[in-house]
Ligand binder design. Sequence first.
Ligand SMILES: [Mn+2]
Length: 220
Amino acid sequence: MSRTIAIGDIHGCLPALDTLLAAIRPRPDDTIVALGDYVDRGPRSREVIERLLELRHQCRLIPLLGNHEEMMLQVIDGQSQLYVDWLLFGGEATLQSYGTVRPEDVPSSHVDFLRNCRLLHESQRYFYVHGGYLADRPLDDQPRDVLLWDSIKKRLPGPHCSGKTAIVGHASQHNGEIRDLGYLKCIDTWCYGVGWLTALDVESGQVWQADKNGGMRGEG
Ligand SMILES: [Mn+2]
């Protein structure tokens, strides 16, 4: 049986990602939807992107763009007025992971990876976005800023008019638990803080969680 597994906001927490991937053991017919915010805040953003690049050879990987990748790309693309904002927003840790203070030093393979991230992924019964969505607008007509920047903690959308279940990240759940409203599941469970990185098999409901040090939830 092929699986579809969503992974929440990683934020440079490589040990958490490695622990989850070891537990999931991705197979070639699996789809992994990564919900964005791979970089910033946590210490090992460069290696997280490396790991995602490798993962493309183990399964079908669908990486979404997060607002942190959006900002990083804007700085790399020369919007230097955003440089200090990005550093304070977590970008300083990202540049440190590359051993530089210069955004232009990020390798082109990583920049290409970020550029190829999608804003939205849709399957028969689900859709996946980093931030939020407008409930009454078709999925192919959603405002970019809403998809990337809206937080369900600030503006909670109702069920989407397509009838599909939303899988979202971005709004860190400080209690470490998936926020499950039936029509919407938020799996950003605050890994870079004191919560977990969450992976969810959307069909079976199986959940894997690991903390930023790589400790699996439920195992000592
Ligand atoms: Mn975010």
